[in-house]
Design a protein around this ligand. Structure first.
Ligand SMILES: *Cc1c(COP(=O)(O)O)cnc(C)c1O
Length: 236
């Protein structure tokens, strides 16, 4: 099988899973955006995915993400680039120069830098507040993300920053717990957020192993890597 055919088969399988999950949840397919997470895969794969109709791609590392976008030229410009990885403050300004949406905003120190980066390229960047719903301390090796009680303040700060648009909330399901519980919590946080910021309706949740649970819990953006592209050879 050519790489194009492999990717076509992976995309079709994931598309079928999303369609089935939407129908089980009585939701419309068009209300769920598939982001294909292309981290660790070459720009040539991103180009093939574009040929297959993909328009939303996810990356988690700077400067790898920016390099791919540049390398792809017009194809790169035609895609929406979602930055889904942990972000160091000193790289936020640069990431804002090429990312269209950033899913990993989990602390105040990132917000000003993302805003200045967006303004310097005269763009508006969509931001998700990433929340950690396993209660672990990120510094102790748990997942990135703010605590649930920090979401409102970070959301207000994003909404008040020129160059940034508040999109909604994001989580990565805990490794050793039932994702259904975390996704239900995320949905509740989203409902609170939308009460104050009516346009911030996006919910970014769901990866290869838990996309059905995420769609059932109202996810509007699922981030899928392995199920489309195959197992990554490096651990990230
Ligand atoms: C890698 C990654 C994904 C995709 O994970 P898969 O298990 O390959 O589907 C989604 N979200 C984030 C934040 C990631 O880092």
């Amino acid at each position: 099988m050519s790489r194009l055919e492999e990717l076509r088969a992976g995309l079709e399988a994931v598309e079928q899973r999303i369609v089935t999950a939407c129908s089980a949840a009585d939701r419309r397919r068009e209300d769920v955006t598939l982001i294909v997470v292309t981290k660790t895969y070459p720009a040539s794969d991103v180009e093939l995915l574009h040929q297959l109709g993909v328009r939303d791609v996810g990356e988690n590392r700077h400067p790898e993400a920016g390099r791919k976008r540049t390398e792809l030229g017009d194809v790169g410009t035609d895609l929406r680039w979602h930055f889904v990885g942990g972000l160091q403050s000193n790289k936020a300004h640069q990431v804002a120069g090429y990312a269209d949406l950033v899913h990993s905003v989990d602390r105040s120190s990132l917000i000003g830098k993302l805003g200045s980066g967006a303004r310097s390229t005269e763009r508006e960047i969509g931001c998700f507040v990433q929340v950690n719903l396993e209660g672990g301390d990120p510094a102790a090796g748990g997942r990135a993300g703010c605590s649930a009680d920090q979401v409102p303040a970070l959301a207000d700060e994003i909404a008040g920053t020129d160059g940034l648009r508040l999109s909604g909330v994001m989580t990565v399901a805990p490794l050793d717990a039932d994702p259904v519980v975390a996704f239900a919590e995320l949905r509740a946080l989203s409902a609170d957020l939308v009460g104050k910021h009516p346009t911030a309706t996006a919910i970014s949740a769901g990866m290869s192993d838990d996309l059905e649970a995420a769609v059932a819990a109202g996810a509007t953006h699922v981030r899928i890597g392995r199920s489309v592209l195959g197992e990554r050879t490096s651990l990230r």
